[in-house]
Design a binder for this molecule. Structure first.
Ligand code: FAI
Length: 509
């Protein structure tokens, strides 16, 4: 037998062309599982069936095809080790030079509407990954191709190296082999996990999606991984125009998405460095955008804008009046697309499902990672307590809910000053709460008069309440839970404020 190539592929694209070159140009013999052999035979190629070689038929409806020592011995043997060569000879095993495998389409199968569990299970490839792993492990002696895209570069490599690929080429193929099997198993594990209610915090980290130009800074490399098993969230978004998305764009877009997902009325959030600089909710999307922009026009320059309703011409015209990095909405009509196309660098995305949030959040620490539930708690206003003698009106409750929802998405310590469902001042990420209060009130200025203030955590002292009242704030919403709550409530009563305690904290780091 000449050099042996084992071909066992679900996706038969490019198979015949590859096999012809292997035989004609490089003198390979071919060995294949049933379906693959049939395709090759139909193209007039001579091929040995795995079952004829091993003397063992495919069984269990294809669950066992290539899982045989004669196959795996041939893949795993080290051609430079005498003991391995002797073992092969003793058991009539021929070494295999090339393994070409692509796997059952598990992800495409589970993405099909109405797919049954049985169908999903039968599409978990077992023999294919076993061969990919074996060949990748033995890359010093075997080349492994797991993707149709590798066929041409492989043939080119053979042509340039007298029919033998370089070790570096084989190593790269092995890397791709293990990348493929780990991604495949991640998809299976995540799918099974989704079917289970008892595995809350076990998660595989995801499937590689694409390499990004760089990370948070140009010297940091970065890549995008998909954590769902199919196109959910941002991997289901369509970029209609503009420059390539960066790491920071994606981080900001996600932060913006979380804010607008809080609202059903037309809502717009403008983000900078993962914090909102302007959020507006209104009866029309145009008015919501104008409110969000007017909240802090200086910071809005170069911002990331998320809108929770489809963009039409009126909003598109406003959007193009300033420099923005990215715009995302659940839709964008043709007239709006036309208008925005004048700003050719602006990244415009359509994200059909901007509501679904991940169930968990992951943070990497040295030597491991932490997983927590996402802050997806349903806001239950019936559990809010009015702590002050002065009670809120219905209108004030609407305003307080707006400020509270935005505050949830501002980095702690977070303070939001708002009115007319528009942010007016946002205090972000200060190491003491009163520092954030000061920033938010200063930014709001005169606009704080008659306004509302939300705090993501409790007030440890009454100073924030005094400052709020002095700036003209009429009502405060905060979690409560401090040992000195009574001090804050007493001052709120003295200064004729409304204060609501939500009983829920929304730290964000
Ligand atoms: N069970 C096995 O021994 C086995 N060996 C190879 N396969 C897969 O069967 C497919 C090729 O089958 P066929 O040549 O019969 O079309 C490939 O996707 C390959 O990954 C197997 N199928 C599933 O596990």
């Amino acid at each position: 037998m000449a050099r042996l190539a084992l071909l066992s592929v679900y996706n038969k694209t490019g198979l015949v062309e590859l096999a012809k070159s292997l035989v004609v140009e490089f003198g390979f013999d071919l060995i294949s599982s049933e379906g693959t052999a049939k395709t090759l035979e139909n193209a007039g190629l001579k091929v040995l069936k795995v079952s004829d070689y091993t003397g063992f038929p495919e069984i269990l409806g294809g669950r066992v095809k290539t899982l045989h020592p004669q196959i795996h011995g041939g893949i795993l043997a080290r051609s430079n080790m005498e003991e391995d060569i002797t073992d092969l000879a003793n058991h009539q095993i021929h070494p295999i030079d090339l393994v070409v495998v692509n796997l059952y389409p598990f992800e495409q199968t589970i993405a099909k509407p109405g797919v049954t569990m049985a169908e999903a299970i039968e599409n978990i490839d077992i023999g294919g990954p076993a061969m990919l792993r074996a060949a990748s492990k033995n890359y010093a002696h075997v080349t492994v191709l797991c993707d149709v895209e590798q066929y041409k570069p492989y043939l080119e490599e053979l042509r340039q190296n007298n029919g033998h690929p370089s070790l570096e080429f084989q190593r790269q193929c092995a890397f791709k082999g293990f990348l493929q099997t780990s991604a495949y198993d991640s998809a299976v594990a995540n799918f099974l996990r989704q079917q289970s209610t008892i595995l809350p915090h076990w998660k595989t980290m995801g499937v590689y999606l694409k390499t990004l130009r760089y990370g948070e800074n140009p010297h940091q490399s970065a890549a995008w991984y998909q954590s769902g098993t199919y196109s959910t969230g941002w991997s289901g978004a369509t970029q209609l125009q503009g420059k390539e998305l960066s790491y920071n764009n994606l981080v900001d877009l996600e932060a913006a998405r979380c804010i607008i997902a809080e609202f059903t009325d037309p809502a717009v959030a403008i983000l900078k460095h993962t914090n909102p600089c302007g959020v507006g909710v209104s009866n029309t999307l145009l008015s919501a955008y104008c409110k969000a922009f007017a909240a802090d026009p200086i910071s809005a320059f170069g911002g990331i804008v998320a809108l929770n309703h489809p963009i039409k011409a009126d909003v598109a015209t406003e959007l193009t009046k300033t420099f923005l990095e990215c715009v995302v909405a659940p839709g964008c009509d043709d007239a709006a697309k036309e208008i925005i196309s004048n700003k050719s660098k602006l990244r415009l995305l359509v994200l059909p499902d901007f509501i679904s949030s991940p169930k968990e959040k992951v943070k990497i620490i040295a030597g491991g990672f932490l997983v927590q539930d996402n802050d997806n708690i349903v806001m239950d206003t019936s559990k809010w307590q009015v702590a002050t003698e002065k009670k809120p009106t219905d209108e004030q409750l609407v305003e307080l809910l707006f400020a509270w929802k935005v505050c949830k998405h501002v980095k702690s310590n977070a303070i939001v000053v708002a009115n007319n469902r528009t942010t007016l001042g946002i205090g972000v990420g200060q190491m003491n709460r009163v520092g954030s209060v000061k920033i938010a009130l200063e930014q709001a200025g005169e606009r704080a008069q008659g306004g509302y203030l939300a705090s993501d955590g409790f007030f440890p002292f009454d100073d924030s309440v005094r400052m709020s009242a002095a700036a003209g704030i009429k009502a405060i919403i905060q979690p409560g839970g401090s040992l000195r709550d009574k001090d804050s409530i007493k001052v709120a009563n003295e200064l004729n404020l409304v204060m609501i305690l939500t009983g829920v904290r929304h730290f964000l780091h």
